[in-house]
Design a protein around this ligand. Structure first.
Ligand code: ATP
Ligand code: MG
Ligand code: FE
Length: 337
């Protein structure tokens, strides 16, 4: 079974081919970061234009790398949402055109399900499992008792982790996206500043990062007023320590409460070295839980992860029809069909 994946929800135009849900045959990503950098973030109109220009080229490159043709493909999986509406529409329309022209089943995929299934390209899933999703727009703990069953047991009440990284990076005058820069800086500094950790109500698996972000901004401004400057390494290390402390503690608690067999790390912030190391150290102590962490290339947006979800939908007989539309606010749901 060969599934073609298409992802255009944000600023990466990506096409991939995945065999039997787990084996990557081709994985092509055209990033637009350079075009958005000078604006300090993703500009939706520019993103859509790039997707239009890139999608056919990226598709041709993926087919070439795989040495395959459309005739060999069993299903076309495409990110349906969430994301930027104009960006999503390019991928969805490309997928619909291909599905119609070649008479191939169409599969609408949730982007966050994709981030979670990036892990299946590394390790077979064992249920029940828990996924810590940390990306540019999402921070949530998702419990899965089987394929396609996504139960959000906690989520951010304000900023996503990646968003907080990008905003703090901006305060430190670092280019977009700031996450990798803060990560690098943090390794050269000590977490000396006492920054807040939002634990919220006891037992809650929700997150909050806006207070931490404001605390960093205030710390920088207060120091400036005194004519002082805090080393950016110290700020980055202290900010990162606070984020990781909360993420890891809540993930460990939830893994215990839900008695899961696996913990999967997912989303762009999963590329964070500090977070990867902290989780590895924590789960080394827990013999009955397996921690899975995808390689960096599968953490940030790609289409292999979308094809991986499509593969499971295809197996289950789930199909989308040609009325499929980009849905910027698509919710992740529990379905048992
Ligand atoms: P979503 O998946 O929620 O729709 P998105 O697709 O824009 O959002 P991703 O591409 O999954 O987000 O991740 C991008 C985010 O990951 C950015 O906020 C970026 O700063 C962050 N990020 C990437 N690498 C690192 C890193 N090493 N440390 C921290 N953050 C990182
Ligand atoms: Mg992106
Ligand atoms: Fe993403």
């Amino acid at each position: 079974q060969l599934i073609l994946g298409i992802e255009t929800s944000c600023d990466e135009t990506a096409v991939a081919l995945v065999r039997n849900g787990r084996e990557i045959i081709a994985n092509v990503v055209a990033s637009q970061i350079e075009s958005h950098k000078r604006f300090g973030g993703v500009v939706p109109e520019i993103a859509s234009r790039h997707h239009v220009e890139q999608v056919t080229l990226v598709l041709e490159e993926a087919l070439k790398q795989a040495g395959t043709a459309m005739e060999e493909i069993d299903g076309i999986a495409v990110t349906e949402g969430p994301g930027l509406v104009g960006a999503l529409l390019i991928g969805v329309n490309a997928a619909k055109a291909l599905a119609f022209a070649h008479d191939i089943p169409l599969l609408g995929v949730h982007h966050i399900a994709g981030h979670i299934y990036a892990n299946r390209l590394v390790k077979e899933m064992e249920f029940p499992l828990l996924s810590l999703v940390v990306s540019g727009g999402h921070t949530e703990l998702v419990y899965m008792k089987e394929h396609g069953h996504f139960e959000v047991i906690g989520e951010t009440r304000d900023d996503a982790a990646g968003e907080a990284y990008d905003k703090v990076a901006r305060v430190l005058n670092m280019p977009y996206p700031g996450g990798p820069h803060i990560d690098r800086l943090a390794h050269d500094g000590q977490p000396e500043l006492d920054l807040p950790r939002a634990w919220l109500e006891p037992g809650s698996y929700d997150f909050s990062f806006s207070g931490l972000k404001s605390a960093v901004i205030n710390t920088v401004h207060n120091a400036e007023q005194r004519g002082e400057k805090i080393a950016p390494e110290t700020l980055a290390a202290s900010f990162q320590a606070s984020v990781i402390d909360v993420l890891v503690t809540k993930t460990v608690q939830a893994a215990k409460e839900y008695k899961v067999k696996q913990v999967l790390l997912a989303g762009g912030v999963a590329a964070n070295k500090g977070l990867r190391t902290a989780l590895q150290e924590e789960f080394k102590k827990q013999e009955n839980v397996e921690l899975v962490i995808p390689p960096l290339s599968l953490c940030t947006d790609n289409a292999a992860m979308i094809a991986a979800v499509g593969s499971v939908m295809y197996e289950k007989g789930q199909r989308s029809d040609l009325t499929l539309n980009g849905n910027p606010g698509l919710e992740i749901t529990i379905h048992n069909d």
